[in-house]
Design a protein around this ligand. Structure first.
Ligand SMILES: [Zn+2]
Ligand SMILES: [Zn+2]
Length: 379
């Protein structure tokens, strides 16, 4: 990448960083991306999306999709960079970096359009932070005709120049649950006349702890955390209802299904033991981000020319990129973006990415898109 192009992209990122927009409100961001692409001679396609942009370079089959997310978080920025957020939101997950690198990739791919043997579809996805955007893109037809999809997340624990990859799970399947228990209220001195929701709730929470310990293979992993319990209002009344909520994280689609199944059984059986009614609400959260076993080694190989590729552990965070991978094979990488010992984590008000990582992210898209076009053309 030339120094001038690098400087241009750094400026773009700083601009986007200073004007963050929340999920499903990325109006100015969408307009900015469209005008950047228009300057390159790339016309956004007419997909029915409220925010976000889909565009293409090249023509014909195969189609390889490159995805970057564009939304920010409701966090007040504490960094003192001169391009810090000018409003109450913050690009504390680095989606400013992601979309800038995809704009950079678009610019390079456009100059190489004549040599492209197929189509590269650019997906500037809205609303990753609330896990809605990937579903919106899919519903709008954004994956139609796509053979494979590539994405990444910046990773502040890796240095610029490093790319973390692994086949299989790279980010957790996330379950958000809320369990509502209904009993019968009674005087605290006459529990026999009611159905007590307090021991019902606490027993359920206790019994849930055995699921990971006793039903998940020691060679697999899962996390089940109850984070919020609410029942009762005073000392001498047994409450008629209460709830608890929390999250499950898994790294294998089978383990995920098994833990959900056990969860349901434990909740229903324990509530029945106390004679209470129970209902479980599941949030709309992402499944396991699961890298394709054939494509991941190709992308690792294709990234070695411009980055140090390392085998990474999966993150316990979730990514709605998983929704694409349920439809088409895909690869999701971690691209090193900081690497300092105390680098703040994602969603931190001091979160910071280093521009030095931009060329690696741009190359990741460009080189691997071309590599996958070749792969699918020869299939
Ligand atoms: Zn995030
Ligand atoms: Zn993110």
């Amino acid at each position: 990448m030339t120094e001038a192009f690098y400087q241009k992209l750094a400026k773009v990122r700083h601009y986007l960083h200073s004007k963050p927009e929340l999920s499903e409100q990325e109006v100015e961001t969408t307009a900015y991306i469209k005008s950047y692409l228009a300057d390159l001679g790339i016309k956004p396609l007419d997909y029915p999306l409220t925010t976000g942009v889909i565009a293409e370079i090249g023509k014909g089959l195969p189609v390889i999709a490159l995805r970057a997310d564009i939304d920010a978080l409701p966090i007040v920025e504490k960094t003192e960079v001169d391009y810090a957020s000018q409003n109450q939101a913050m690009h504390a997950c680095g989606h400013d970096f992601h979309q800038t690198s995809l704009l950079g990739a678009a610019e390079l791919l456009k100059t190489r359009e004549a040599e492209l043997q197929g189509t590269v579809r650019l997906i500037f996805q809205p609303a990753e932070e609330n896990f809605q955007g990937a579903y919106q893109v899919i519903a709008a037809g954004g994956l139609d005709q796509v053979s494979a999809i590539l994405g990444y997340h910046n990773n502040p624990h890796l240095k610029p120049g490093q790319i973390g990859l692994r086949s299989g799970a790279i980010m957790a399947g996330v379950e958000q649950f809320r369990v509502h228990v209904k009993g019968v209220s009674a005087h605290a001195a006459r529990p026999d006349l009611g159905v007590d929701t307090v021991p019902t709730l606490t027993s359920i929470v206790n019994n849930l702890q055995a699921i990971v310990a006793r039903t998940v293979s020691p060679f697999e992993s899962a996390v089940l955390s109850v984070t919020h319990l609410d029942v009762g209002t005073t000392w001498n009344v047994l409450p008629a209802e209460g709830f608890f909520e929390g999250t499950i994280r898994t790294f294998d689609p089978q383990v995920r299904l098994s833990v959900i199944d056990q969860f349901t059984k434990v909740v229903e059986a324990t509530a029945a033991q106390f004679g209470a009614e129970v209902s479980i609400e599941w949030g709309n959260s992402p499944k396991v981000t699961f890298n394709d076993a054939e494509l991941t080694p190709l992308v690792a190989e294709g990234s070695k020319d411009f980055a140090q590729v390392i085998e990474t552990l999966p993150s316990t965070g979730g990514e709605d990129f998983a929704a694409y991978q349920e439809k088409v094979p895909g690869v999701f990488a971690f691209i090193g973006s900081n690497g300092d010992e105390n680098a703040p984590d994602w969603h931190h008000d001091n979160f910071i990415v280093k521009d030095a990582a931009l060329p690696i992210a741009v190359n990741y898209y460009v080189e691997n898109a071309i590599r996958l076009l070749d792969y699918y053309r020869q299939e």
